[in-house]
Design a protein around this ligand. Sequence first.
Ligand SMILES: Cc1cc2nc3c(=O)[nH]c(=O)nc-3n(C[C@H](O)[C@H](O)[C@H](O)COP(=O)(O)OP(=O)(O)OC[C@H]3O[C@@H](n4cnc5c(N)ncnc54)[C@H](O)[C@@H]3O)c2cc1C
Length: 476
Amino acid sequence: MAPESDDGPRGLLARLKAALGESALLLSEADMAPYAMDHRRRYRGRPLAVLRPADTAQVAAAVKLCAEAGIGIVPQSGNTGLSGGATPDAGGSQVILSLSRLNRIRAVDPVNNTLTAEAGCVLAAVQRAAESADRYFPLSLASEGSCEIGGNLSTNAGGTAVLRYGNMRELALGLEVVLPSGEIWDGLRGLRKDNTGYDLKHLFIGAEGTLGIITAAVLKLFPSPRSSATAIAALASPRDAVKLLGALQSACGERLTAFELFTEACLQLVLKHYPACRRPFAQPASCFVLIELTDVQEQGTVGPLAERALGTALEKGLITDAATAASLAQAREFWALRENISEAQAAEGLNIKHDVAVPISAIDDFIATTGEELARAIPGVRLIVFGHLGDGNLHYNVQQPEGQDRQAFLSREAEVNKIVYDQVARFGGSISAEHGLGQLKKETIKTYKSVLELEMMRKIKAALDPQGIMNPGKVL
Ligand SMILES: Cc1cc2nc3c(=O)[nH]c(=O)nc-3n(C[C@H](O)[C@H](O)[C@H](O)COP(=O)(O)OP(=O)(O)OC[C@H]3O[C@@H](n4cnc5c(N)ncnc54)[C@H](O)[C@@H]3O)c2cc1C
């Protein structure tokens, strides 16, 4: 479609300046640099401008002006995404629209158990606002000090408490969205039941900014947990970890909040790069699980429950050792072993990352067969496998063999990806569990999603964004 305003980028920038105020536009390379590169420094874009609107009306005004000029818009919140979804292309004609100034908590309703937050609210600030009302917002990610609600919704973020509370899709009741036309859809309903046709909010959640710009959301709150127990167990195989998950679910029900797997290879990397971290047990093991139980009851209930359940698992030979944290400090030490894996990997050298999901019942076979195939293809390859086992979500990362040339390893990325993703497909899994497609997997997905599914996605995109201005070149 031909742009309605054809006085070029200068004309558009002048109109944007008039609509948003001069200070809301960043135009110099230095000012735009932090927005133009993704968190992993894998993608570097060249934006025409970075727009920093102050409220929903300004977002709508900016989108309308960009739509009239036929200019692509890349929404960006905390810029912690891991798939390059918030980075523009290098063409110099797309604008980044940052939501970070939309950072107000609009309402907290403890009776309805809801909180209405603008898209630029940092996740940790939302958690704190819930706490102030004696409620709990459970989304929890290692990036929670910088990622923002709009990005969490647009990537359908997961994290460590999905097992108990669900991912972002399950935590949102309503949305406010600026559509690619510049119209504002007010869907900020705090209802748990609303069967009035298509549930439109789900189109925008997980859409990575390709269908519209989320400006605010009604989020679900929960009673605050008042007690927690953190434990770590050593196991002889991932198969036993899956069996332990079932045993703990039966014994502890919904109190089981986190169930995180990591292998001995992950632990060794963490111990090497984080000297303050300590091996949890004297003996190495095939793998470990970090377990967290929480309860709304006061302290005293979950600790003994965890100890009883793990004692039974030990008697049955499901685990080889276990320890329950005796203090908050020790719980943090246990969590540090899990949370430092990504950074330890980065310090160790090059690795090829995969964020995949398979049915929990297939995890053990997936890990075994994929590992065998990779070892055949790249002798000496190191597999750094960890993740949210309770959700069937593994970070299946393939680390450069010790001493191998970086470039030689990197040149085999496509081959490594094919081995991993073919196995994911074989076991009925997904090639992106929680990080989205962005730029990183937009080509790969064509092999692993059916033609019909892709066609339905394209039709939805064409219906909502006929000009194709919303986050061009991402997802589809
Ligand atoms: C250390 C670390 C740990 C992480 N752990 C996890 C984890 O456990 N689980 C997990 O799910 N992710 C994890 N992530 C990934 C990342 O933090 C999440 O994807 C997060 O939800 C992204 O939020 P953001 O605000 O940074 O979004 P951004 O990076 O700014 O954007 C992400 C995508 O959403 C789009 N977008 C952003 N805001 C909007 C909006 N308002 N409207 C429409 N589209 C928008 C962007 O265009 C982009 O496509 C981790 C990242 C890091 C760095």
